[in-house]
Design a binder for this molecule. Sequence first.
Ligand code: HEM
Length: 103
Amino acid sequence: AAGDPAKGKAVFARCMACHATVAGRNGLGPTLAGVMGRKAGTVPGYTYSTAMKASAITWTPAAMDRYLAAPRTAVPGTKMIFMGLPLAADRENLIAWLATLKN
Ligand code: HEM
């Protein structure tokens, strides 16, 4: 089942303190503009953890689902201090919304 991007936009309230959705705007975390399909750890001008740069992840829906469920399990050593989203439906809706963000 595909997620609902309108519901996903509401879930993103939990990410907004650290992530912008506009290209070029990095905060505590890197911008998430264009994140789906991108190689992890590659936003220009943002200083990632060594773990994220070495992760060899490409942000497919499945990879994003694993990371958002348990960031520090999916990428041990990540500097993203976030407990994760325990509800699969929240992750699915959020991923559908992230897919609408373009660079
Ligand atoms: C990295 C998503 C919440 C701080 C990332 C990355 C993604 C992501 C996909 C990797 C980006 C890339 O490879 O370019 C999300 C989502 C969130 C969320 C969807 C909400 C559900 C947060 C929060 C914080 C945060 C609340 C701050 C407290 C960071 C940091 C990184 C990061 C510091 C860099 C990680 C590293 O280099 O190891 N986030 N994030 N994120 N995020 Fe989040």
